[in-house]
Unconditional design. Structure first.
Lengths: 523, 290
């Protein structure tokens, strides 16, 4: 379970890193893309908005200039006769009222500022009333010979009006002044559409609303001088554009551009809900989202595949190491990735091979040692048996027989013989035996072994074990033949032995042999 | 709709319907009109206003002063949009034009303000005029301001203004019997007791120059009229009604002045009266009936 958990962790790590990388890059690129799109769209909209503000301003200027021109035209009278000129002028003034619904009143002042002619929609007309308007701004402000645009004022506390006074005549001593209902400018403004729901509006130099597509706003005499976009626009130096993102006239966040109408001292604002800036981006946002989701999906897939590829060999390594660790030294790790992982696997394999080898040597050595230990144990046991036999009986033959038996047993032989050496005769006489068959016993007893003769004699002479090489070994030789070869001339090989398998000094010699199979192996 | 007219096709109502149509309100789909005609009877006016309130209408549209008063008396919550009201502030209908307050807003017909212009038109058309009778219904509270203005302007035109309130048709008849040559009539902008219709009849029957406040009368033979166009007021009011239907509060909608002031002259009537309209008047006239 721990292994799976670890594997899960590394998998998750790899997958998370890959997803984070790919997903992060995708997200970042989408965001950067969107941000620049937003900037571009916004810049384009601001350009459009400014263009709309300029269009509105130029329309208003055209409107005002048109009135100015028409007023001049109405003053133009081709007659020199005063009465005819007056009548003609009255007709022209009336025509002006009929042609320009926005004009509600037109008054002609003479060089002294006295009313010569007044035609109005609301007030009774005045013909040569000589009413003194010389202290009126319309008269005074035109003394410099330039058209005067009065401040916005409200008639009946409600309808917004603008006075336009046009100086006229040689040296511009006379004045023709009109009252213009600003509802008309509201109409001009309402034709300007900014974006989808945006609009333009106009404020005067005091921050009062002059024109708005919704006439009610103007009639409410709204003072907008406190609005941030208007403060910013009024604070900006002339000709400098200010674009603001603030709360709009009707709530909500808006993007506002403005332009000035220098002649009137008015400011035209084009305002558009900020939400509209985002509208064209919606497609881009959706597209980015789709790309992001697809990219993320692909990155998840790729990360899973890649992480699996990375984790699989590690898993093989881990399992292989676990097997080797569990003692399965023959196990070999098979990783073919051609990289460090494969090298690691091979290193594991080499280590396992070394371990296996050294284990094998160890086992062999342990086997040898164990055998040696067993031999030593058997020798000790034999000695102890002999000791027991000696101590338990005074019968020499029985003791010798026991010794023969233990000797045969120790040398893993079939039988054993003990001879007594007669130094005077230089002969060996059989005194004890073990498992000696009768026939062989007779042969051996009949012919004592002489020192230096036969295998036994040779062995006694050189005091070393001898090996008898006869075909008897294969079982075809008779006991008699064997006895002869033991005693008489035979072939054999003798060698010095570390262990004392014969005891010349004691005068006793012993022999062991196998009736079947090979002679006891000499270690 | 609360109206003091006799017919449902009152120009203001027609104007409202047309205006709402232009604003995208389809009759039957978006708006339903419930027109109450009251024949100029004050009692029926109040009853009709109550009925409209009970019916739970969204907006009450009124034309002329009496229905507006009746509607105002009937409800303080349902928005009321008025038209054909000569001076809403003087009549106590609106607190001020910019901030009407309460549940009323509408279009001021400027009738009161235009009284001197009306006298001017009458005098221009009939220069021999010496005396002008300003007849109004005694129960109407509004004419006070109009009379003041008429009296102020009278000296300028060299005429004498005779303000005369009447309460019954008999009284009216008695007043009309006192008309002399070179007298004129300043016809009020109200329908109570059908004073305007009676004055029109008298004017035509006895060749008494009369000035009306609406082109409507000129089309029925009246000599001359100067005043805000009824239909245009209806169209103008439609914008206010539209805003209210979209959730605006009447108190946020300033009273608007009538956009279109019309000078109408009936040349046929002028000819029958033996009058020759001067060039300047004809030049100024928006409507000329031949």
């Amino acid at each position: 379970m721990r292994g799976t958990g670890a594997r899960g962790r590394i998998f998750r790590k790899y997958a998370a890193v890959l997803i984070l990388l790919v997903g992060g890059v995708l997200l970042l690129s989408s965001l950067v893309n969107l941000y620049f799109s937003y900037r571009q769209t916004k810049a384009a909209l601001i350009r459009l908005e400014r263009a709309q503000a300029l269009a509105a301003a130029s329309r208003i200027e055209q409107f005002v200039t048109g009135i100015e021109r028409q007023v001049r035209a109405a003053m133009e009278v081709p007659f020199s006769d005063a009465a005819m000129a007056r009548e003609q002028r009255e007709i022209d003034f009336l025509r002006l009222l009929r042609d320009v619904p926005a004009i509600t009143e037109i008054v002609q002042l003479d060089a002294a500022g006295k009313v010569q002619l007044l035609v109005s929609r609301f007030a009774p007309n005045e013909i040569g009333s000589q009413r003194d308007l010389s202290r009126d701004a319309r008269f005074m402000k035109t003394r410099i010979g330039r058209t005067y645009f009065g401040p916005m004022h409200f008639r009946n506390e409600s309808e917004p009006y603008l006075s336009i006074a046009v100086p006229w005549g040689e040296g511009a001593p006379e004045v023709a002044a009109v009252e213009v209902n600003l509802k008309a400018i509201g109409h001009v403004i309402s034709q300007i559409q900014v974006g989808i729901t945006g609009y333009a509006y106009v404020i005067d130099q005091h921050g009062l609303l002059v024109a708005h597509p919704d006439m009610s706003f103007v009639l409410q005499k709204r003072d907008l001088s406190g609005l941030p976009q208007i403060r910013a626009a009024r604070a900006a130096p002339a000709g400098h554009d200010v674009v603001t993102e603030t709360a709009g006239l009707q709530g909500g966040r808006v993007l506002t551009s403005h332009t000035a109408i220098e002649r009137l001292g008015w400011l035209v604002f084009a305002e558009q809900p900020l939400a509209e800036v985002f509208a064209p981006l919606q497609g881009a946002i959706v597209l980015s989202a789709i790309f992001f989701v697809i990219g993320l999906g692909l990155s998840v897939l790729a990360s899973v595949v890649l992480a699996r590829r990375m984790v699989a060999p590690i898993r093989v390594l881990q399992q292989g190491a676990a097997k080797i660790g569990a003692g399965e030294l023959g196990h070999r790790i098979d990783v073919r990735t051609g990289d460090e992982l494969q090298a690691l696997g091979e290193e594991f394999n080499r280590t396992a091979a070394h371990l296996e080898e050294s284990y094998a040597n160890l086992e062999q050595r342990v086997e040898v040692r164990t055998r040696e230990l067993a031999d030593a144990n058997a020798g000790l046991k034999a000695l102890s048996d002999v000791g027991q036999a000696v101590s338990s009986s005074l019968d020499l033959e029985k003791v010798l027989n026991t010794i023969a038996a233990r000797a045969a047993q120790l040398s893993a032989s079939t039988w054993g013989l003990i001879y007594e050496y007669d130094e005077t005769k230089q002969e060996f006489h059989l005194r004890g035996s073990d498992h000696l068959d009768e026939e062989l016993g007779e042969v051996i007893r009949a012919a004592p072994i002489r020192l230096g003769e036969g295998v036994a004699g040779k062995a006694a002479a050189i005091r070393a074990p001898c090996k008898l090489r006869t075909s008897w070994m294969s079982g075809r030789t008779t006991s008699r033949g064997f006895g002869r070869s033991l005693n008489g001339a035979g072939f054999g090989r003798c060698w010095q032995s570390r262990s004392s398998s014969s005891s010349g000094s004691s005068g006793l010699s012993w022999f062991v042999g196998k009736s079947r199979g090979a002679l006891p192996r000499r270690s | 709709m609360l109206n003091d007219a006799r017919a449902a096709n009152h120009p203001a109502v027609e104007g409202l319907k047309a205006g709402l149509r232009d604003l995208g309100f389809e009759e039957g789909r978006d708006v339903v009109f419930d027109v109450k005609l009251t024949d100029g009877s004050p009692e029926r006016m109040l009853a009709a206003a109550g009925a409209l309130v009970k019916a739970g209408v969204e907006v009450i549209f009124t034309s002329s002063e009496a229905p507006t008063r009746a509607a105002k008396a009937a409800t303080q919550t349902i928005p009321i949009v008025f038209t054909l009201v000569g001076d809403p502030v003087a009549a106590g209908i609106a607190k001020s034009l910019a901030q009407p307050a309460g549940n009323l807003t509408g279009v001021s017909s400027l009738t009161t303000e235009l009284v001197p212009k009306r006298l001017e038109a009458l005098k221009t058309l009939a220069p021999r005029l010496r005396r002008v009778w300003a007849i109004y219904h005694g129960a109407d509270p509004a004419p006070g301001e109009a009379m003041t203005r008429a009296l102020e302007a009278s000296s300028r035109f060299g005429i004498e203004i005779v303000p005369q309130s009447v309460l019954t048709p008999d009284e009216l008849k008695q007043v009309l019997d006192r008309l002399r040559p070179d007298d004129g009539l300043l016809v009020p902008d109200i329908a109570t007791m059908d004073i305007s219709a009676v004055l029109l009849e008298t004017s035509l029957a006895h060749r008494v120059p009369a000035v009306f406040s609406s082109e409507l009368w000129v089309s029925h033979g009246g000599l001359v009229s100067y005043g805000a166009d009824y239909r245009a007021q209806g169209v103008q009011a439609a914008r206010l009604v539209g805003k209210i239907l979209h959730g605006a509060r009447p108190r946020d909608l300033p009273v608007e002045g009538a956009d279109r002031v019309v000078l109408a002259v009936n040349l046929k009537t002028a000819a029958s009266f033996g009058l020759t309209p001067p060039r300047t008047l004809l030049f100024r006239a928006d409507v000329i009936r031949r």
